[in-house]
Ligand binder design. Structure first.
Ligand SMILES: Cc1cc2nc3c(=O)[nH]c(=O)nc-3n(C[C@H](O)[C@H](O)[C@H](O)COP(=O)(O)O)c2cc1C
Length: 358
């Protein structure tokens, strides 16, 4: 079905196509459907949350419209909404999203376009119980300097954490000037400590502890990545999301779009993201779960990422190229690959981390 629809969507400007797809999804959500049970062999608890499937929707696809029921209906096991900033902001000027179809890749410089924490919290408040975790990804406003970034994250956290199953701290988008500087070990440690304190206060008041994950970039040196991992864990975070988009253009230099500013995602990001995931798994001795994201397009990619150290995975770009049947296909494929190798999902995590980290 998607194969028939894709040429029409791809004839449109990428962001228009995205808006049209979102409008169709929100209609589709209102059509009643029989709930479907996911493959039970893939259901797991991570960070104290139950994930019916390890395949999640990565941040940026739902930047706060909260089409959560539609994503679950598509077969996702969890959904990350965001990035959300404390105050609404329009993002960068259009065009800001580009397809590189020959490479199965995208370049984006959206710049955290979103309706702000209050509006998104109100939409989340309308959601009933969902079949899997809903994470919220937080960022700072473009106008806020890094010296005051912690205030932005704290403010967004206070508004949104009561509505979130987990919170992701985004310090790795390449499209907000200087944001990645917050990944330096000292700054990152202080930021995470601030949020952990707030999280613990919320837990004491509400009895619900919201896991805190940190989303990192794939463009760091090994040494810098190790320092970030150490600082994040020491500050009390519960896990990592690895990775965001890359500023590298390795492998896409010949594409006419490769000169566009922004973060590159999809197939050309795969090896970098896998390596980062494996390094984080090894650095933390496998004790801190990593959500693997970047260039995952097939069940083999997803399984490799799990064997590299991912406890959960997320997809974005491959969904644009392959359409809504992808989450279910990945789920079936991972189950088959585990069966082939005689492993449970838990046993497969990190099995090839040494190789993948090289
Ligand atoms: C158009 C677009 C917008 C994105 N927006 C966000 C965002 O707001 N916050 C974030 O943490 N990641 C964002 N991402 C990054 C994705 O969540 C993901 O980390 C990255 O695309 C790599 O995964 P993929 O290769 O499966 O796309 C965005 C990616 C794309 C393509």
């Amino acid at each position: 079905m998607y194969r028939a629809v894709r040429p029409f969507l791809f004839a449109l400007d990428p962001e228009r196509a995205h808006e049209l797809a979102a409008a169709l999804l929100s209609v589709w959500t209102r059509v009643p459907a029989r709930p479907r049970s996911p493959d039970r062999s893939l259901s797991r608890s991570v960070f104290g949350l139950r994930f019916p499937s390890p395949i999640g929707l990565a941040a940026g696809m739902d930047k706060g419209k909260v089409l959560v029921p539609a994503w679950f209906r598509m077969g996702f096991g969890f959904v990350e909404v965001g990035t959300i900033t404390p105050r609404p902001q329009p993002g960068n000027d259009r065009p800001r999203l580009f397809r590189l179809p020959a490479m199965d890749a995208l370049i984006n410089r959206m710049g955290f376009n979103n309706d702000g924490a209050e509006a998104v919290a109100a939409r989340l408040a309308q959601l009933g119980p969902q079949p899997g975790p809903v994470g919220i990804n937080l960022g700072r406003n473009k106008a806020t300097p890094n010296e005051r970034a912690a205030d932005d994250y704290l403010s967004a956290f206070r508004t949104l954490a009561p509505r979130a199953d987990y919170v992701a701290v985004n310090v790795s988008s390449p499209n907000t000037p200087h944001l990645r500087a917050l990944q330096s070990a000292g700054d990152l440690g202080r930021l995470v400590e601030t949020l952990v304190r707030e999280r613990d206060a919320l837990a004491a008041a509400s009895g619900r502890r919201v896991p805190l994950l940190v989303k990192l970039s794939p463009d760091e040196s090994d040494q810098a990545l190790d320092a970030m991992a150490d600082a994040t864990v020491a500050a009390g975070a519960d896990g990592f999301i690895a990775t965001n988009t890359t500023l590298s253009r390795d492998g896409v230099e010949q594409d006419s779009r490769s000169g566009e500013a922004g973060g590159l995602s999809g197939a050309p990001l795969r090896t970098r993201a896998e390596r980062t995931c494996a390094r984080l798994h090894l650095r933390t001795g496998g004790r801190v779960p990593v959500v693997g994201v970047g260039g995952i397009a097939t069940a083999e990619d997803a399984y490799r990422r799990i064997r590299a150290g991912a406890s959960l995975i997320q997809i974005y770009t491959a969904l644009v190229y392959q359409g809504p049947s992808l989450p279910r296909r990945l789920e079936r494929g991972i189950a088959k690959l585990l069966e082939r190798d005689g492993l449970t999902l838990a046993e497969a995590i990190g099995k090839d981390a040494e190789r993948a980290a090289r």
